[in-house]
Every structure is written in C-alpha cells, then in structure tokens.
Design a protein around this ligand. Structure first.
Ligand SMILES: [Zn+2]
Length: 224
C-alpha cells in the first residue's frame, strides 16, 4: 500500500535537504522520481528545488489550479514512477492534497510532502491543514529556537529586523523568517511581555541557521 507522507517543520529546518536526499536515494537504486515545488516563490524560469546547503535538483512547478493526479497519471505513459516528492506543500490547495492521496491509493505511488505547518501568525496553511487531516504518516522535522528548545513557530521580520504581526499569509516581499519555540514566539510577536533575562535577541536569523546543522543530522537519522 503506497502512502501519503507529510513531513512538517518550522522554517530553516532543512526540509528541502531531506527531500533531495530521499529522492537521491531512490535514483541511486535505479528508481524514477518526480519533484514538485510551488510556483509561488519560484524565481523566473528556475524549475528546481535547492537547499541552503547548496544542493539542488530539477523540479516541476505546480500552480494552484494544477490537477496533480492528472499530471502524474499522464507521466506514467512515459514509464514507471516510484515516488513523488512535493516541496512547499503548505501551498497546496485542499483539492490538490486529495489528488495526491489518489496518486497513493489508485496509482500506488508513494507521495512525500514537505512543508511548513503554520504561518507567521500561528495559523495552519491550507495545504498543511489538509495533509494533517488525511496523510497516512506525519513526521516532524525538528529545528531549534535560539534558547535550545524545539522551534515550532515562525516569525516574519522586515528588512530592519522588526517583527511583523499582520499581512498576507503568502508574501513575496523581502521579509526574513525565523523559527522560534512557542514561548519565545509569543514574546517576539508581543502576545506576552518579554521576560527580562531570556528575551530573544532579534535579529538572530544567521545564528539560528547555523545551529540547524546538527539538528538536521538528527532529523535525517529519525527518517530511517
Ligand atoms: Zn525559545
């Protein structure tokens, strides 16, 4: 029985790296994979998934109106397909998540989705909501807050390091995202007064990203 997987995390947890590694493992064994990523953030004509540690692979871009079940069915006419990988899965529509469930159930191809669980306001994305509801397997890819606790939330900052608490869920501006634990997220977004001693120092995006290396290895081990 092929399954629909959802690996979710906060920002900068190395989801794309894990996706690329998993696809590589399939291909190394002579199996065919197809990679999808959202057209929303794709740079012009850049049809690929790249990770922060410098690896990348070609990918198909999906638009919100794409029928992924139909696209993948058509692809099968060119030969077998052993796994479908979807990056930025939070941007899938509910319908598209169901299309991917049918790929697993009816075409018997496993589908591995990777994405963010919640947006900068702490709300679920449409794709993540539907995946959390119907995926067969849920996996958390861990990353850590500046304080060392598990980061489950994301803040959006403008280019000056100010934390933004309103705005569109999807934004293609020059914002920076940082992953925090829930406690520090509430403080950073002003929902709770900052503690005197352990207030997060913003911005600390770079510091947070450096720390995720060891955590990524841990996450990769968890995948086994
Ligand atoms: Zn924290």
């Amino acid at each position: 029985m092929a399954k629909l997987y959802f690996s979710y995390a906060a920002m900068n947890a190395g989801k794309s790296t894990i996706l690329l590694q998993a696809s590589h493992n399939y291909r190394e064994r002579g199996m065919e994979t197809v990679l999808y990523t959202s057209a929303l953030y794709a740079e012009l004509d850049k049809k690929s998934i790249s990770s922060r540690i410098g690896i990348s692979a070609p990918a198909e871009l999906y638009e919100r109106d794409a029928d992924l079940y139909a696209e993948i069915s058509d692809r099968l006419e060119n030969g077998p397909l052993h796994c479908v990988f979807v990056d930025e899965a939070q941007f899938l529509t509910s319908d598209q998540v169901w299309q991917l469930a049918r790929v697993a159930d009816r075409l018997r191809i496993p589908v591995m989705c990777y994405g963010l669980r919640t947006d900068f306001q702490g709300n679920l994305f449409e794709g993540s909501r539907q995946l959390l509801a119907i995926a067969d397997v849920l996996r958390e890819v861990r990353t850590i807050c500046e304080c060392g606790s598990k980061a489950t939330m994301v803040i959006r900052m403008d280019e000056h390091g100010n934390v933004l608490t309103s705005g569109d869920q999807v934004s293609i501006g020059r914002e920076v995202y940082v992953s925090l634990c829930r406690k520090h997220w509430e403080e950073a977004t002003g929902r709770w007064p900052k503690a005197r001693m352990d207030a997060p120092k913003l911005p600390f995006a770079e510091e947070t990203m450096q720390k995720t290396g060891a955590d990524l290895i841990e996450a990769l081990l968890d995948e086994e």
